[in-house]
Design a protein around this ligand. Sequence first.
Ligand code: SAM
Length: 224
Amino acid sequence: MPQQQLPPDSLPLASSLASERVKVDEHRVARYTRRRDGRHLAEMDLVERVFPELPNGAPVLDAPCGAGRMSVWMARQGWRVSALDLGGPAVAHTRKSIRDLGFEADVREGNLFELPWADGEFRAVLCFRVLHHFAEHSVRRRLVAELARVSGEHLLVSYLSPWSATGIKRRIKALLSGKRHRQNHTSLHQLRVDLREHGFELIRDQPQRRFFHSLHLARFLRVG
Ligand SMILES: C[S@@+](CC[C@H](N)C(=O)[O-])C[C@H]1O[C@@H](n2cnc3c(N)ncnc32)[C@H](O)[C@@H]1O
């Protein structure tokens, strides 16, 4: 995704910018879902470790769902899954994968910044591997605000930490080249401040692999 300056109030622009990341063709969706590599397994493991225990039938949201790997896992847990993504083929693939397993799910094509669900509708909301695509803090802040709106209890957000070997390497490279890296790092402190505004407190912060990997999954709980 190219680095562009987003006016803080520009939702359509945010979505069109993000749509460059949409898995537009079927081939790309299929390739993504067949991934069995170490990185994919490590990411699944990260989500499984951090997700709260919830009873059967608990309403959960996976946004963005991409090709649905997390949504499928959630459906297998017996939870009532809703999912959303901008990409039509990705949405169709997620819907079919869940249906093929014999589960029902509410999978929609839509924009993360305007989620089509009511306040507090979900017991847990997962936002995995998208926050770092938004270069501007004002846009990331709007995104977490919208996710917080629909979560009545838990909110899990992945972010790229600046305090990792990769994060430090990228910052040095950016300093030397004068260009921002396309993966944007967010400090946990900033995420906590942004979510505190919406009544959420940090419960757990889990790196994929301490210090080496910049990918973290943070779990927040609604306290206010
Ligand atoms: C790297 S994928 C991650 C998908 C999924 N969470 C996973 O881990 O497999 C990022 C996804 O974000 C979606 N996306 C980006 N901006 C979006 C927006 N504004 N609204 C909805 N989906 C968006 C893209 O279509 C893409 O499928």
